[in-house]
Design a protein around this ligand. Sequence first.
Ligand SMILES: *[C@@H]1O[C@H](CO)[C@@H](O)[C@H](O)[C@H]1NC(C)=O
Ligand SMILES: *[C@@H]1O[C@H](CO)[C@@H](O)[C@H](O)[C@H]1NC(C)=O
Ligand SMILES: *[C@@H]1O[C@H](CO)[C@@H](O)[C@H](O)[C@H]1NC(C)=O
Ligand SMILES: *[C@@H]1O[C@H](CO)[C@@H](O)[C@H](O)[C@H]1NC(C)=O
Length: 386
Amino acid sequence: MPLVFRTLLFGFVTLLVVLLIIDDIAEVEEETANIGHSKKMNLHRLIPKPHRKAAVHVNPTALTTASAETYRHRPIYNNTAKHSSNSWTFNKTLSHLIRKNILRFLDPERDISILKGTLKPGDIIHYVFDRHSTTNISENLYRLLPTVSPMKNQHYRRCAIVGNSGILLNSSCGPEIDSHDFVIRCNLAPVEEYFQDVGWRTNLVTMNPSVVQRAFQDLVTDEWKERFLRRLRSLSGSVLWIPAFMAKGGEERVEWALRLILLHTVDIRTAFPSLRLLHAVRGYWLTNNVHIKRPTTGLLMYTMATRFCEEIHLYGFWPFPLDPQGKPVKYHYYDTLKYEYTSSSSPHTMPLEFRTLSTLHRQGALRLHTGVCGIQQRPQKDLQSK
Ligand SMILES: *[C@@H]1O[C@H](CO)[C@@H](O)[C@H](O)[C@H]1NC(C)=O
Ligand SMILES: *[C@@H]1O[C@H](CO)[C@@H](O)[C@H](O)[C@H]1NC(C)=O
Ligand SMILES: *[C@@H]1O[C@H](CO)[C@@H](O)[C@H](O)[C@H]1NC(C)=O
Ligand SMILES: *[C@@H]1O[C@H](CO)[C@@H](O)[C@H](O)[C@H]1NC(C)=O
């Protein structure tokens, strides 16, 4: 009976297709289920399927050489001396290789923000770190989602990423930082009172929801609201990058901030990182044997900037309580916050990140600036002593 046979064959093929689809769905579910349990995270699930094979072989930078060093309070002086020396040369080949490998894990042009077309008001979002907590997409947040990536087709020759370490104080790095084609800052750090050391220029600035509380007193009074607005207005035209869906607890703060932005039609371009960004960034570094717990904003910015920038210069990255001369360094250049850099309870692994960046600096992939800038260099004896 050819008809029966054909029917059977058709049924069999259909079943096979259905099974394959189910298999694929199961894999996707496993991927999302894993997100909440970062400790047990299976790296292969983080790598987009077509790239898995290739990603396993990624090792352009031999970063492992740095991870054997252990030091707690200060980095090794010899490395530090190299940061401020003039012997650094940019390795374009390496920088391109790194960009290519990062692109296997994430596309920063896309992952820098959720786009309007992909969500609607009322949609429920699971927090990246607190998978069991959810939040709704508010009308205000929806209105402020970009329709195209704020970094679409943007490329720059020299970029600066400015971390917030107190190492910047008295560095005179302001003019040098401002001379870059694109300047990224973190957590809406103040610049006005510190411009000689940190510069003015800002093309992209991040804002964790907690900043609204820490730096702007939850906008409780009109005066704090005004301060917040003044800070935002000074950013005119820049990208304000708000990681709103990382950890629960910040939704009200984000909402207050967004309401002010809309009410006063502040000229900034808001962006909200994609839900996969953090895991993809972590996946990239894990594959390179850098076992970070939760990437800092600084490392996130470096990882993303590789997509848009040729030469990347880092300022204000210094996760140690003492400077190379043994003088105390503030955690932030602008406040009195204290921080235990090496505490195991801290979500970040800053000294490890710093060692990684130092290795990349030595290889010429990026440039880490930890000394003073301009004609007035640190006295030579400081570089050679100790
Ligand atoms: C720094 O380099 C000198 C020689 O260049 C060496 O004797 C010293 O042990 C090094 N210090 C550290 C901490 O590696
Ligand atoms: C630049 O990096 C590439 C890739 O790691 C390496 O092969 C090359 O030797 C480096 N060039 C210089 C001048 O260090
Ligand atoms: C979120 O949306 C759901 C369904 O639309 C609704 O029941 C819930 O009250 C909303 N929660 C908040 C906090 O807006
Ligand atoms: C910066 O320089 C001023 C003036 O010399 C000094 O009072 C201050 O302590 C210095 N700050 C730091 C963090 O080195």
